[in-house]
Design a binder for this molecule. Structure first.
Ligand code: FHN
Length: 474
């Protein structure tokens, strides 16, 4: 080949390699109507359970008898103690002993809380697969002679839940995962030479694609694929052969919904690393929804599907040292806040090494379930509030119905809603659905409320308007 052509070829290859999205072509040719149909159940669901469960769960934030930390992700314990995979597995495997029927407790807890879908870790960064994989031997099939993914899927389906597979792109076990390629992605051996000499990352990516192929083929319909995660310096086709991976998934699961974490670009809704790095935009070639983590955006994101994932305390994986449990009030108001902005709430549980749930987890989800039993219609199938901000709470919308979710009950019993509309009907969702009287003025609609709030955390008033909401802006 002539030198000039060789230089051009090398330059092109380098450009594609350097730019993770240049070689990305649309992985699915669908109309916006087809996309809306595919996203429909997810947008209506609004509320799902996230589950982080793996070998780290048995370690419970403790290593060599000492607490590794009381704050933050103990699913990262291998990286926090900088353990190589053999040392880690030797310590963790004996403590990972799932009791029979563990998944049924998760599914029942999720269902009773009003969750419509359950997303769980099929493999987290530690690299241990919860499924019976024929690729490699670092998985539940090879080590425990159980297919835990199958058990979880069956339990979720028995409760009528949609299922989502979280799958880590990062892998702290595989001996070809070339962690030196990224300065930003974590690894227990970061900064150290590869213990096994050179690594061929392409071999890890083949392994990744093979295991994702198993997950997309062996467990029936999978409704969500929750990738995790890419870095600005290592992402997309360069890191994961992302275009091929998305095509593989969609070929086997045509209706599946995938998040944006194969990439970390502005087009994929990311401006930087860290959990605040999200931006309200998404080119759907790179995923179906953006994933603000431990954050609720300040406003809605019209035209962008998004899901906030959050922990119940401060860690995704179980830690016996983390007692910073969020209050029922905060959890319920987060759900209302997120729904009022048109987003989904993926609330995490971290089961113990035997699969059991902490009493705090059960209590939190029971409290949400009690509220959802009365007020779920103000969350499910709603769209974002027509109001920019409400001093006393939040609002959601369903056609000409508005749901006013009142956090701060007015002392004078008068709730002012900045609407020009006439109100056809106003009623409480709580109790017997008591009708409320309302009056209109230039300031808006004033609703006469009972002296005390039926629900101290959040009371919902359903308004049926004559026509589309007409908001009074200051
Ligand atoms: O590193 C992971 C973390 O352990 C956890 O799984 C979260 C959940 O969204 N995702 C990554 C951090 O962004």
């Amino acid at each position: 080949m002539k030198p000039i052509l060789l230089i051009l070829a090398l330059a092109t290859a380098a450009a594609f390699a350097a730019d993770p999205i240049k070689s990305t072509e649309p992985t699915v040719a669908e109309s916006s109507a087809q996309r809306d149909a595919r996203m429909g159940w997810w947008r209506e669901a609004r509320f799902g359970m996230f589950v982080h469960w793996g070998l780290y769960s048995g370690l419970a934030g403790t290593w060599n008898g000492k607490a590794v930390g009381t704050n933050g992700g103990m699913e990262w314990i291998q990286q926090r103690v900088k353990a190589d995979t053999d040392t880690y597995a030797a310590a963790a495997l004996p403590k990972f002993q799932p009791v029979p029927g563990f998944a049924r407790e998760w599914a029942k807890t999720a269902k009773a809380a009003g969750c419509k879908y359950l997303v769980f870790t099929t493999k987290h960064h530690e690299g241990f697969g919860l499924f019976d994989s024929k690729v490699g031997d670092y998985n539940a099939g090879a080590r425990l002679h159980r297919d835990l993914v199958k058990e979880i899927v069956e339990a979720a389906h028995a409760e009528g839940l949609k299922v989502g597979f979280y799958h880590s792109l990062i892998d702290w076990h595989h001996d070809q995962y070339a962690y030196q390629k990224s300065k930003q992605l974590p690894h227990p051996l970061k900064g150290q030479p590869y213990p096994n000499g050179e690594r061929d990352h392409a071999k890890y990516v083949d392994y990744l694609h093979s295991q994702v192929g198993e997950l997309m083929s062996n467990y029936g319909q999978v409704d969500v694929l929750w990738w995790d995660y890419s870095a600005l310096d290592f992402q997309g086709d360069e890191a994961w052969r992302a275009t091929d991976l998305m095509k593989l998934v969609r070929a086997r699961q045509p209706g599946i919904i995938m998040n944006n974490r194969l990439y970390r670009t502005r087009e994929a809704g990311w401006a930087s690393m860290g959990t605040e790095g999200f931006i309200p935009q998404l080119d759907t070639r790179f995923g179906d929804f953006i994933t603000p983590e431990q954050h609720i955006p300040a406003t809605g994101m019209p035209g962008v599907d998004w899901e906030t994932c959050m922990t119940l305390n401060t860690t995704w994986g179980f830690s016996e040292h983390d007692h910073a449990w969020k209050s029922d009030e905060l959890l319920i108001r987060n759900l209302a806040d997120i729904a009022s902005k048109g987003g989904n709430y993926l609330l995490n549980i971290g089961p113990k090494g035997d699969g059991s749930l902490t009493p705090e987890t059960v209590k939190s989800f029971q409290a949400i379930g009690k509220w959802m039993k009365v007020n779920g219609e103000a969350i499910y199938g709603t769209t974002a509030s027509p109001f920019a901000k409400l001093d006393w709470g939040r609002a959601t919308r369903k056609g000409q119905d508005l749901y006013l979710i009142v956090f701060d009950w007015p002392k004078d019993g008068k709730l002012l809603v900045p609407l020009k509309n006439k109100v056809k009907q106003a009623s409480l969702l709580a109790g017997s659905g008591k009708r409320l009287t309302s009056s209109s003025s230039d300031a808006g609609v004033t609703i006469q409320l009972p002296a005390s709030a039926p629900d101290a955390i959040a009371t919902v008033i359903k308004l049926t308007l004559s026509g589309e909401p007409q908001v009074i802006t200051k």
